[in-house]
Design a protein around this ligand. Structure first.
Ligand SMILES: Nc1ncnc2c1ncn2[C@@H]1O[C@H](COP(=O)(O)OP(=O)(O)O)[C@@H](O)[C@H]1O
Ligand SMILES: [Mg+2]
Length: 397
């Protein structure tokens, strides 16, 4: 793998390396007859009924290879400290001069409903007029004084890496540095908005609270509140809320995630750093294979009825244009490293802290491998399967 010839390559484990044998083995799909795999017609059943319009997944093949050219690192985007500088820089990143009134974003949307939440963000789905496909809006309050879920709001310089990383990963969807994958969520727009929380959003928020329960702070912000608004395509239901048919489906998801990570490692030294099962989305597909290009080589993974999409780059790290490191600095983030409700997940954060020696700019791709290990454990121990009992009975186990 050419990354090995680059200065700075360490003998750490790369997903791209670790899975190399597996990738070669799966280049032509599983050994089994692909039509039989298609015939497994297993379909993931969401545990909730929140799913709406589902975008189809394309398996377009891409031309390859493009050459990889890693340059020495010159600049650190994570250094920005001056507020005005950060402000100008983030507006430039989003292609704006000033904040957009948030109601201009929500006004044209129909059937707006909240579909998810995270530590900082509220996530809504809505449809533009006459369009039946849902768009996803992740809305994160920034720069304000009001605490969000008992935490300080993130600053411009803390949210900017997530925006830049989303934009960079978008490039993999058309081919970048010899790699292709559509396994990362598609970003349509990232915007900085301003204003009181629109009534449409607040109604959707209350509706979610009444029906699904809600752990987040009510988004009751003043008129001058700023927000980062990520507009994505709808990518399904997270693994945590999904049922799977059998282990072939979980193996397929693990392989799809591993291939996507391998492509992003090779193309832009990407580490996700928060790949828990709420950040992997699953949706049904009729495609037999999901396709990837890694270092100019074409791979395909049998879908077994499902495709995966990786979301949420709020902890991630990437190298842009071969010379700018963009990362979330977790060095002083004590929250992340305390004990959490899910021991396996919170052990990974501590492990990452040891691996990086708390220097989060450094490329430590082993973190991706550790998250794959975590996902495998989740698929073995916590995910529920509809057909496992039947299979085990058949085998007399
Ligand atoms: N593109 C999407 N399609 C479908 N659901 C999504 C999408 N993005 C986010 N979600 C839902 O919202 C939840 C939180 O989103 P996430 O981006 O992880 O926010 P946070 O950074 O606050 O954790 C996810 O677990 C998922 O249920
Ligand atoms: Mg998340």
């Amino acid at each position: 793998m050419s990354a090995k010839n680059d200065p700075g390559y360490s003998d750490d484990l790369y997903v791209a390396d670790i899975f190399l044998d597996l990738l070669e083995a799966t280049r032509d799909g599983f050994k089994k007859d692909p039509m039989k795999l298609q015939g497994s017609e297993t379909i993931m059943q969401p545990k909730t009924s929140q799913q709406s319009g589902v975008c189809s997944t394309s398996t377009d093949e891409v031309d390859s290879p493009l050459s990889i050219n890693f340059k020495p690192i010159q600049k650190y985007l994570g250094d920005l400290s001056c507020s005005t500088e950060c402000r100008n820089s983030i507006f430039q990143t989003c292609g704006q001069k000033e904040p957009i009134p948030i109601r201009l974003i929500t006004h044209p949307l129909n059937k707006l409903r909240k579909i998810g939440e995270g530590a900082f963000g509220e996530v809504y789905a809505g449809q533009f007029n006459r369009n039946t496909v849902s768009r996803i809006f992740k809305i994160v309050a920034i720069e304000g004084k009001k605490f969000v879920n008992d935490q300080k709001q993130r600053k411009f310089k803390e949210i900017q890496p997530e925006i830049v990383i989303c934009q960079e990963l978008n490039k993999l969807r058309t081919g970048y540095n010899g790699c292709f994958t559509d396994g990362f969520v598609n970003l349509h727009n990232a915007r900085i908005c301003r204003g009181k929380y629109p009534k449409k959003l607040m109604d959707a928020w209350k509706n979610f609270k009444n029906h699904s329960g809600c752990e987040n702070t009510k988004p009751d912000y003043p008129y001058n509140q700023l927000y980062a608004v990520f507009e994505h395509e709808f990518c399904g239901i997270n693994v945590c809320m999904s049922h799977f048919k059998d282990h072939r489906q979980s193996l397929s998801i693990i392989l799809q995630v591993a291939h996507a990570l391998a492509a992003a490692e090779v193309a832009c030294e990407f580490e996700h750093r928060d790949l828990h099962w709420g950040n992997v989305l699953i949706q049904e597909t009729v495609n037999i294979y999901n396709v990837f290009t890694i270092t100019g080589k074409f791979y395909r993974v049998p879908c077994c009825g499902l495709t995966s999409t990786i979301i949420d780059f709020s902890n991630s790290r990437i190298t842009v244009d071969g010379n700018k490191i963009v990362f979330c600095d977790l060095a002083n983030d004590d929250e992340q490293f305390i004990e959490g409700p899910d021991k396996v997940q919170f052990d990974v954060y501590k492990r990452m802290k040891r691996m990086t020696r708390n220097k989060w700019d450094k490329y430590t791709p082993k973190s991706n491998v550790v998250w794959i290990h975590y996902l495998t454990t989740k698929f073995l121990e916590d995910v529920s399967y509809t057909d496992i009992g039947l299979e085990e009975n058949k085998n007399g186990n």
